[in-house]
Design a protein. Structure first.
Length: 268
């Protein structure tokens, strides 16, 4: 059996990973979530598939994460093959502002950066460190960070996408952190990867790009990179592509930041 743990598994891409992976009864799938109160679809899926294990924790709290890792360990016998870091947040409402718009709004700027660093970088490091011993004992030994094209310099430069400042900075920072883990853990046979899921049709994406004028702006920006972009891909399509990249991860590609197509420039 192959064991998988996915954070942020209540909905969207995280739930998509759980759904896709749990189809195979040989997979043990741990859905790591913050609360069961909003986990209706996940609960329904887990009721049908006994290889899904729901683990409730708080990824910003190392003590609670240690407890979550212990829960996983009890089921797997002390190991974990693949850890997928999917949980994250777009941060405060100021994410719509471009950098210079924070002039005179220094407190808002600090909050924009600090909340995103906490939610999208520090919390992910807490998860890695608390689950690391389990990954060391696993067969696959893979740590995957679900990043974003927003954290790529060339993507930003070409599209001219100047907002979601804190989110982009935190994603870019975590991309580097993932490469640091790759350098440190190579001696243990552990491989890491930052992976962009693409533009995906999730509730979170709809909240940002659902407005017709915003959608028009986004499409104009994205078409600077790919003139054929017409809209987001389905969760299933994105997850299927991502799993192919994860399965092909080797020592040679460990620590890289790749798209869901397994390269560095095909973002859609």
């Amino acid at each position: 059996m192959v064991s998988w743990a996915i954070t942020g598994a209540t909905r969207g891409i995280g739930l998509g990973f759980v759904d896709n992976l749990s189809v195979d009864p040989k997979n043990q799938v741990f859905a790591i979530i913050r609360s069961r109160a909003t986990a209706g679809p996940l609960e329904e899926l887990a009721a049908k598939r006994k290889n899904i294990h729901i683990v409730v924790t708080e990824i910003s709290d190392p003590k609670k994460l240690d407890q979550a890792a212990a829960e996983v360990s009890e089921v797997t016998g002390g190991s974990l093959d693949v850890l997928i870091l999917n949980a994250g947040s777009a941060g405060p409402e100021t994410s719509v502002l471009q950098p210079s718009a924070f002039r005179g709004k220094e407190e808002a700027l600090e909050k924009e950066i600090n909340e995103n660093i906490k939610n999208n970088l520090l919390s992910n490091m807490f998860v890695i460190n608390c689950f690391l011993d389990l990954v060391r004992n696993g067969k696959e030994k893979k740590i995957i960070f679900i990043s974003s094209q927003s954290g790529d310099v060339e993507f930003t430069r070409i599209t001219g996408f100047a907002n979601v400042l804190g989110y982009s900075a935190a994603k870019a920072g975590m991309n580097l952190v993932i490469s640091k883990y790759a350098a440190e853990l190579a001696q243990d046979g552990i491989k890491t990867l930052s992976l962009s899921p693409g533009w995906v049709d999730t509730d979170a994406a709809k909240a940002v790009t659902g407005d017709p004028e915003v959608r028009k702006f986004v499409l104009t920006a994205f078409r600077k990179l790919n003139p054929n972009v017409n809209g987001p891909a389905s969760v299933n399509e994105s997850v299927t592509n991502q799993l192919q990249v994860i399965q092909s991860l080797t020592e040679a590609t460990s620590g890289k930041f790749l798209t869901h197509h397994g390269n560095s420039d095909e973002w859609f």
